[in-house]
Design a protein around this ligand. Structure first.
Ligand SMILES: [Zn+2]
Length: 271
């Protein structure tokens, strides 16, 4: 595998060329970091961040170089470096060009922020901050940017064979979000505010029965509305229970059994 393909795989974006790849000392501390300098393919340069239209470069000067933090390479942090120019859209005026591997105005790649947001939905912020070596505030910023970008999700036409459905609460349990994940690569392919049958139906209704037939396994907790939806929209798919919930239920049952035994012993004056 050459460096070009490696970088494309890590950032999950194809239309670039890697012009330099190096291990260097960070300017802030003595830490060794990987840096890949990349240029966008000609056709993807100078696109308007609002309408994505191909525009003219604005100004004659070279744009400044910007860095984006991407997912680590082993124990080293990995950064992407590229020229950030301005473009002039006939409709939207002068803007900093759209960089396809990151959300606009973010210092992180999209795939990095997606991983942070996914872990943040399941774990305490302190743990996410430690694991990704980012500030506490950055965790929240990544989650916000991902939430706001949900409408920007590329529409997929070919459904994966294994999906996971999950509902997560945020804002201290006051708000819910339902997500559908591609289990083969971990990507979130659909998300919508709220939970329940009517919310989940919106995902299935986007596809024809031929497209839905591609789904072979659906992993989720034991919720009946999920089983109902699977039976209605992809009856041939196998409904699987998420191992996380199986372990949780087993632990609860063990705990109940322990409590029952303890109270029986107490009743019979045994220790
Ligand atoms: Zn525009």
């Amino acid at each position: 595998m050459n460096i070009d393909d490696l970088v494309k795989t890590i950032i999950q974006y194809e239309k670039i060329k890697v012009t330099d790849f190096r291990l260097e000392k960070s300017l802030y501390n003595e830490e060794e970091i990987f840096v890949a300098t990349v240029v966008l393919d000609e056709d993807e340069k100078y696109r308007c961040p609002i309408c994505r239209m191909k525009c003219e470069k604005y100004g004659y000067k070279e744009g400044r170089n910007k860095w984006w933090r991407s997912l680590d390479l082993g124990k080293n942090k990995f950064y992407l470096e590229s020229e950030l120019a301005r473009c002039k859209c006939p409709e939207h005026g002068v803007h900093i060009q759209k960089m396809p591997w990151a959300l606009h105005n973010s210092d992180y790649t999209y795939i990095f922020e997606l991983r942070v947001a996914y872990l943040a939905a399941k774990s305490p912020t302190s743990l996410v901050s430690k694991q990704f070596r980012i500030k506490w505030d950055t965790v929240g910023n990544c989650v916000n940017r991902i939430q706001n970008s949900i409408k920007e999700f590329a529409e997929i036409t070919v459904l994966p064979s294994k999906i996971a459905i999950d509902e997560t609460s945020y804002k201290k349990g006051y708000k819910y979000i339902t997500t559908v994940q591609n289990l083969e690569n971990g990507e979130i392919i659909w998300a919508n505010e709220g939970y329940g049958k009517e919310v989940l139906k919106q995902f299935f209704k986007k596809y024809t029965s031929e497209q839905l037939a591609a789904i072979e396994y659906v992993v989720a907790d034991g919720a009946k509305y999920i089983t109902d939806c699977v039976e209605e929209y992809c009856p041939k798919a196998k409904r699987c229970i998420d191992p996380y919930h199986v372990v949780q239920w087993a632990n609860e049952e063990l705990d109940n059994a322990r409590k029952r035994l303890a109270s029986d012993l107490k009743k019979n004056d045994l220790h």
